[in-house]
Design a protein around this ligand. Structure first.
Ligand code: PBG
Length: 324
């Protein structure tokens, strides 16, 4: 019998050689921890569909940001959960609104150690739960929303955000936020554009996490899961409008999109390992159906392998702890 001429298994014979030839790795700096900060809580409140994730109080959020910095994470992404909502999401513009005060707290706790990012979207602040304001026929009004996004970006920069993350999928949002930031003197505040964001069933647990009021869906602004080429168009537009980084979301079902976006542009690419992806792994692990830690590490590694420079994941602190 002839010996095989090629033996790829040679490079798998020991942990040392596997480590030597690993093509990608995960480091704490690649990871961003999304965090929910709720108004009016006296202690952190567990989110039942995301075991291990909480709605933070301002105090517990500060501690979590300090821990994230100590772990060497790349950043935190903040979401606010206000007590009161209205039709135009005015809490998003209020300097004393929960998200803006949480940004200020995080910036103080983080110092220069990590990047403080903020979700720039109205859905947590509107009583109808949409990412923008509605016109008189109840449709999401793109251009009226843009004007508010511009002011929201400035409010977040003023609070201390290093990077704002427009996530509402309104046409022109990156350009408008960039112009508003620049006009207000915040030329160094960067934009992480949720460039290709799909209308996904896997956001389910997030809606509990932010006490979402949404009835219906976001299909007129978030992308159709059938479309990958369209994502490339969205990404190119955002880069042209001034995005400093672009993001694909969700991650796990959209790794083809992550890869194509990575190949297409030169700016850093982020991917958001979302709530439903988290919940699936946690639920299966709870039943003893998968090895939790291995599944988590493989999930994050796969997103990196697809081409994401930055991974937003609720497991960021845990993975960083394991890497130490
Ligand atoms: C919108 C927003 C959503 C998520 C992040 N930003 C939800 C949505 O579009 O309904 C989802 C994040 C997750 O599921 O983990 N502000």
């Amino acid at each position: 019998m002839a010996f095989p001429a090629h033996r790829p298994r040679r490079l798998r014979t020991s942990p040392a050689v596997r480590r030597l030839v690993a093509e990608v790795s995960v480091e704490p700096r690649h990871l961003v921890l999304p965090m929910f900060v709720a108004e009016g809580l006296s202690e952190p409140r567990p989110i039942s569909s995301m075991p291990g994730v909480v709605q933070h109080t301002r105090e517990s959020a500060k501690a979590a940001v300090a821990e994230a910095a100590a772990l060497g994470l790349g950043g935190v992404m903040l979401f606010g959960v206000p007590l009161r909502k209205d039709a135009t999401g005015s809490g998003a513009l209020d300097p004393d609104g929960i998200l803006n005060v949480a940004i200020a707290d995080a910036a103080a706790a983080a110092g220069d150690a990590l990047v403080v990012m903020s979700d720039l979207c109205l859905d947590e602040f509107t009583d109808h739960g949409h990412c923008g304001v509605l016109d008189d026929r109840g449709r999401v009004d793109n251009d009226a929303t843009l004007e508010i996004y511009g002011r929201m970006g400035v409010a977040q920069a003023e609070a201390g955000a290093h990077m704002v993350g427009p996530s509402g999928m309104m046409d022109g949002q990156v350009g408008v936020v960039r112009a508003a930031l620049d006009a207000a003197g915040h030329t160094d505040t960067s934009i992480l554009a949720y460039a290709a964001k799909y209308s996904s069933a896997f956001y389910g647990p997030f809606r509990e996490a932010v006490d979402s009021s949404l009835q219906g869906d976001r299909k007129t602004y978030q992308q159709d899961p059938a479309n990958a080429r369209e994502a490339l168009r969205e990404v190119l537009l955002d880069v042209e409008e001034g995005a400093d980084l672009v993001m694909v979301k969700p991650a796990m079902g959209y790794l083809d999109v992550v890869q194509r976006v990575r190949d297409l542009v030169d700016v850093p690419v982020a991917a958001y390992n979302i709530s439903g992806e988290y919940a699936m792994v946690e639920a299966a692990a709870e039943r003893g159906w998968i090895d939790r830690e291995r599944a988590i590490d493989e999930t994050v590694l796969s997103i990196r392998r697809a081409g994401a420079d930055v991974v937003l994941t609720y497991w960021a602190a845990e993975v960083a702890r394991r890497l130490r």
